[in-house]
Design a protein around this ligand. Structure first.
Ligand SMILES: [Zn+2]
Length: 513
């Protein structure tokens, strides 16, 4: 693994950096806001000119505010008359904004300032104490996302200036450590998802896992194809059969705060890691195949969340289970009408080889369930139907505990990574009845495929384990989402940290929500 100071641009000249250089601007609290290249100020549109009095060159800020009608979520900018010609960016919030709106405004402000890479950026939020803390955190999240370079393999990339210092006002109090670790997690998921499929192949992914396990003191177990054959994981192996190499596998990473490796997991995070999805013998067309290197983003979210939990030293025993394979074509590739038996004994009639995500997840869920976690969460870019239903602005959630649905929604609202629940009623199972096997992989027609996929996965999760399934329709969106200005959003890390760490859903489950 190569550590690099700036962008990873090692393609032609040695080992490819499969992990990003650590993002390390210093975050400092200061009473003064001098010597800044950029100063970003978020305020309620209704707050009025008096609230700008404490800013340097307050008259200029007032001019900005009064330049046009104060439209919520609008951004305006100018240059201050100081020696550094500070770029001044003012963003206006609606009254009582949602967390998503705070992030969205912060993302727009960062975008409008993107022409110049500052060495020192100042962030200010105005309003009540709670509004200032929330506004500041959104600006910090957006700043750390915007100044994180995604993989680039240009041989003559210009040396990008790096952000060195982020200056925050001394008040209000803010957990900058949590904010930074959360942003790093989202950035790690974005980075891995953006890597080209010839670089993040199964071998490359294993190197990434080895390195992350070493850095963060995680346990790592790799179940290769022969172990999976012994475990009876034939649904996963059916997908892996089309690969050019026999290097697919399921990884289990373990974080134990007290370092007692054998302690039972509180939570298992399970991710779909399809490194490239051709669709298999039901081959995708040009446009629908083009972005299919991002079909591993579910595994990146599970992995990056586990790393963030370790960095936070969260008091949670957590495992990540990553289903890592391509879905390829070739003489050995699996075909419609095959019948395969998964690790928990359930037999599956294959209908469409492009519904490989649920095949790979089926065995991974069954294996994770053997460790008896108190909660299972799985992530996958699973169905086009979920995107049809929600667009890429929300991700879909399904759960086998009705009371959990409210918690999931709340974590989505509070984190700004919004989720929406779908029905999970048992009568949908009639659409997956097979004449020859226990269950159909999917229905022949695509109607409600996101719901049927969740009902299919339900066959591999014991009913006594609380479980939520996230269909990551918001994993990629043209132009970005919320505070993220790139197509790859890393959606899921921020949401899950909110659910596990801030909302403490595990305690709620113990207390029988
Ligand atoms: Zn597929």
């Amino acid at each position: 693994m190569v550590k690099q100071g700036g962008r990873a641009r090692a393609a032609a000249r040695g080992p490819v950096a499969l992990l990003p250089a650590p993002l390390s601007p210093k975050i400092v609290r200061s009473r003064t806001l001098g010597e800044l290249d950029t100063l970003l100020v978020a305020m309620p549109a209704s707050a009025g000119r008096e609230s700008l009095a404490a800013l340097p060159e307050a008259e200029r800020w007032r001019g900005l505010l009064e330049r046009e009608a104060p439209q919520p979520l609008s951004v305006r900018s100018t240059t201050l008359a100081n020696r550094r010609q500070t770029q001044a960016v003012l963003g206006l919030l609606p009254d009582a904004p949602s967390e998503f709106e705070r992030l969205q405004l912060a993302g727009r402000m960062l975008k409008s300032a993107a022409a110049r890479t500052p060495r020192a950026a100042g962030l200010v939020a105005l309003g009540t104490s709670a509004a200032r803390a929330a506004g500041l955190e959104a600006l910090l999240a957006a700043t750390l996302a915007e100044h994180f370079p995604l993989p680039s393999f240009k041989s003559a990339a210009p040396a990008a200036a790096a952000l060195e210092r982020i200056v925050l006002p001394a008040d209000p109090p803010l957990d900058t450590r949590y904010a930074k670790i959360c942003a790093d997690g989202t950035n790690l998921a974005r980075w891995l998802t953006a890597l080209p499929p010839n670089m993040l192949d199964a071998r490359g992914y294993r190197r990434v896992l080895g390195e992350l396990a070493r850095r963060h003191g995680l346990g790592l177990r790799w179940l290769g194809q022969s172990e999976l054959r012994r475990a009876g994981a034939n649904a996963f192996l059916a997908v892996a059969r089309g690969n050019g190499h026999r290097d697919a596998g399921i990884a289990q990473l373990t974080y134990r705060p007290a370092r007692r490796r054998t302690a039972a997991p509180d939570v298992a995070l399970i991710g779909k890691g399809i490194l490239f999805d051709t669709g298999g013998v039901n081959l995708k067309s040009h446009r629908s195949m083009l972005e299919m290197h991002t079909d591993m983003s579910g595994s990146a979210v599970a992995l990056a969340t586990l790393v963030a939990l370790a960095e936070l030293r969260a008091p949670i025993n957590a495992d990540a289970w990553l289903a890592i394979t391509e879905n390829h074509i070739g003489p050995q590739a699996y075909r419609p009408q095959e019948v395969v038996r998964a690790a928990n004994g359930v037999s599956i009639q294959v209908i469409h080889t492009d519904a490989e995500g649920r095949m790979a997840l089926a065995d991974t869920l069954a294996l994770a369930a053997r460790t008896r976690p108190h909660l299972m969460l799985d992530y996958g870019t699973l169905t086009g139907a979920c995107v049809q239903a929600l667009t890429e602005r929300f991700s879909g959630v399904f759960t086998n505990r009705e009371a959990l649905a409210e918690r999931l929604l709340a974590a989505g609202r509070a984190s700004g990574e919004r989720v929406w629940p779908f029905p999970f009623d048992a009568d949908f199972d009639a659409d997956l009845e097979s004449k020859v096997a226990d269950v159909l992989q999917c229905a022949v027609e695509g109607k409600g495929d996101h719901i049927l996929a969740a009902r299919f996965l339900n066959r591999f999760v014991p009913p006594e384990i609380p479980w939520a399934h996230l269909d990551l329709s918001a994993a990629t969106r043209a132009g970005g989402l919320g505070h993220i200005n790139t197509d790859i959003t890393g959606f899921g890390v921020r949401f899950t940290l909110e659910l596990l760490v801030r909302e403490n859903v595990l305690r709620a489950l113990r207390e029988q929500i």
